[in-house]
Design a binder for this molecule. Structure first.
Ligand SMILES: [Zn+2]
Length: 271
């Protein structure tokens, strides 16, 4: 148990560094290699720069908002008391009052969904909307980078991606060719990045779909894991509106605070 906790703490420190490194590398590749080579100062260049910046700014903006507006912690709970069915998971305790104590954040989190290692924060009542937007835009950035990365490898190194099985053989072949000195380091690095973008892009897209479904049902990941069915009279529209706020459309375009907890909502912090 102690070793598992140490592993999670290590992951909590490494994952944000990995996210920032991957973001900086992606930005450099776009501006120094992909856009100048693929579009070669054509009229489409500006359009692609705007699209890429829109995706990255929203991904980073919502990442920052997830951290700046953390899930609230319950006041006055000094010694958390575990519920009888608390499995004492590595990352959290289930408490008597249905709330969850995060061992990494060392707090009782209101409406805790899960602990996100990339942001080093719990996702809960206040930052769920930013977390979902972060997943949407990170997925968009990765999949867009994947498309431009494939285009760059085709233009610059004459690699063919016509065969759908190319992605199965590309990585092992590239590793072999690189260590034999048959391909340059940049080509090998770009092939590795294609798999990083594909992996992060698909994971974020899947995660985002799951979170939206949970939010629409008024359920959290923690409740789902416990097999707890939430009886809610609210419609899926009102559940989504509770999380995304009334100005949700604006939040899709710019990473802004789209809803504030009102007095009534503050008094009714559901868990
Ligand atoms: Zn946490």
């Amino acid at each position: 148990m102690q070793f598992n906790m140490l592993r999670l703490r290590l992951l909590n420190s490494i994952a944000p560094a990995y996210f920032f490194t991957a973001t900086v590398v992606t930005i450099i590749l776009h501006f120094c290699f992909f856009i100048p080579t693929i579009f070669d100062r054509s009229p489409a260049t500006l359009l692609h720069i705007i699209l890429f910046l829109f995706l990255v700014v929203n991904a980073l903006g919502n990442y920052t908002m997830t951290i700046c507006y953390p899930a609230e912690s319950a006041q006055g709970v000094v010694t958390p008391v575990c519920a009888p069915d608390c499995p004492d998971r590595v990352d959290a305790h289930y408490l008597f009052n249905g709330r969850h104590f995060c061992k990494l954040c060392k707090k009782v989190i209101l409406r805790r969904d899960h602990h996100c290692f990339f942001t080093g924060n719990c996702i809960g009542n206040r930052n769920m909307r930013y977390f979902i937007m972060f997943c949407i835009y990170t997925s968009g950035t990765c999949l867009y980078s994947l498309v431009l990365g494939v285009a760059y490898l085709t233009v610059e190194y004459s690699l063919s991606f016509e065969n759908p099985l190319t992605f199965l053989t590309l990585l092992p072949l590239s590793i072999g060719y690189f260590f034999l000195g048959a391909i340059p380091g940049l080509q090998f690095f770009l092939v590795l990045m294609l798999y990083v973008w594909l992996g992060i892009g698909l994971t974020c897209a899947g995660f985002c779909c799951q979170q939206i479904l949970l939010v629409a049902r008024g359920q959290t990941w923690c409740q789902m894991r416990k097999g707890q069915v939430v009886q809610t009279r609210n419609s899926w529209r009102s559940n989504l509106s509770d999380v995304f706020g009334r100005r949700w459309l604006l939040g899709f375009v710019v990473p802004l605070q789209t809803a504030e907890l009102t007095q009534d909502e503050t008094a009714d912090k559901r868990d």
